[in-house]
Design a binder for this molecule. Sequence first.
Ligand code: DON
Length: 552
Amino acid sequence: MIRLFLCCFLFIHTAFAETLPQQNMVASAHPLATKAAIDIFKQGGNAFDAAAALALTIGVAEPTGSGIGGGGFFLLYIAKENKYIMLDAREMSPTLARHGEIYQTKSSIDGPQSAAVPGLIAGIDHLITKYGNLDRKRDTEAAINIAKHGFKVSQHYQRVAQWRKDVLKTNASKNIFLHQSKVPDIGSLIQQPELANTLERFAKFGADDFYRGETAKRLVADMKKDGGLIRADDLETYQLIEREPVRFQYQGFEWIAAALPSSGGITLAETLGILKDDKLGKLSEVERTHLLIEAMKLAYKDRNQHLGDSDFVTIPDLLNEKRLKKLRHQISMNKTTPSSSFVADPSGNGVDTTHFSIIDKEGNMVAATLSINYGFGSAYVSPSTGILMNDEMDDFATQIGKPNAYGLVQGKANAVAPHKRMLSSMSPTFILGKNRTFIVGTPGGSRIISMVLLAGLEFMHGGNDVSAWINKPRFHHQYLPDVVQHEQGAFSLQVSKQLQAKGHQLKPIRNYGNMHAIVWDKKTGQVFGASDKRGEGVTATFTVKTQSSPVK
Ligand code: DON
């Protein structure tokens, strides 16, 4: 009896405390992908169906950033179970890569040997079958149509194609992504008929086709012919893993963030853990920025040295409170502590890879960051499947001490090993306040974590102007190189001078990131969202009564 009373009380309490979202909302990097997710809501799908359709569609319509030849992380909130979970669909190393010896002579960025075993299809199938309302056929339909009939070349596509044109050189890659070996005109169509067939097989037979069936057979045959490392055994062994997200409290908010093999959660927890007792809001801009830079530097140092796939290496307790306090004591307010040495600059402008955020009217939430790593991944298309393969092997420390494409100098914990997952910076994150929840993430290589950190702090600060938070100029420090990379406008002249006086070396870089975020106000049920102005994304809502309306 008492138990029953308690249950009712809890139920009533929750119902009063939390107003469900008034609308379904989607924020993604491509208009066709946002539309596909909204159409799924119209058909009665939930946030998980919408995420599956979006992931498949964006992989077709934004091949520069993600696709079924890659992987990623889906952070989920399953409202009816009140459960947070991360789907780890990260790629894993093929056995033949052994300990990465091949990358002493061959590229870990360009060509079939840079491709790891894709995980995205396993993630999407799991999402649909375990958490969705609709079937695979419906969730795959939009992606198949776009692959068959084509999507229009945009400015972003042109920019990345221009950058990667020289490595898009196999017949299959060239024929699909370039027109007569040139960057296609804006508005021209990119069609992917062989990929449409592969997606049709997925719709019928599920992940089984990809890892054990016809697609597996074809992919392995192409890999053997063209010098790739993925074999049947690698595909058969691949497993989607459900992981507990990293959860930590920071000044009255709970951050729920990506777990290893993403370094996102731990690095966010460490940066904010170091600053646990600092009232950042009360400090001057210079002091606040200085502290954030110094804490980022320390956390990235640990990230690069200690983090790797936790199924393969033991991870030290970086978040130990005493240790964090000690690290905070090492920070001087007067001057920066230099990193020990200097390495090559990171490259890429951080709009490859993709992130989307979704919420539905039941309160289900998805933050997903998906990747094929570099622009157009490895630039290798498996001809008989139409799949553009990732170059995620470069996220490993392919040679200890050698900076990867993002300038990350990483250690043994992230060395290559058969069937190991490479460390990632992708950081889909939820931040829960008393009355509001934030769903956020972005592409941008090693800078992803600092972008999520800065946007999260903006959210904690208050207001509803999601667009202002995510469009604010950014800064970043990753230990090595020992410079503060920043976008134009991140610091006023005066703040720049004061930071330099503390010994910071400031390095202006091109704009980076492509963030898509949603806020759910749990008091009113209103949802607010925005897509990064640096990209071409669209945020849209759908309610049964009002139909869909773009809010960008
Ligand atoms: O997993 C990672 O950390 C990288 N593969 C992400 C790459 C990325 O964000 C590219 N965008 N610039």
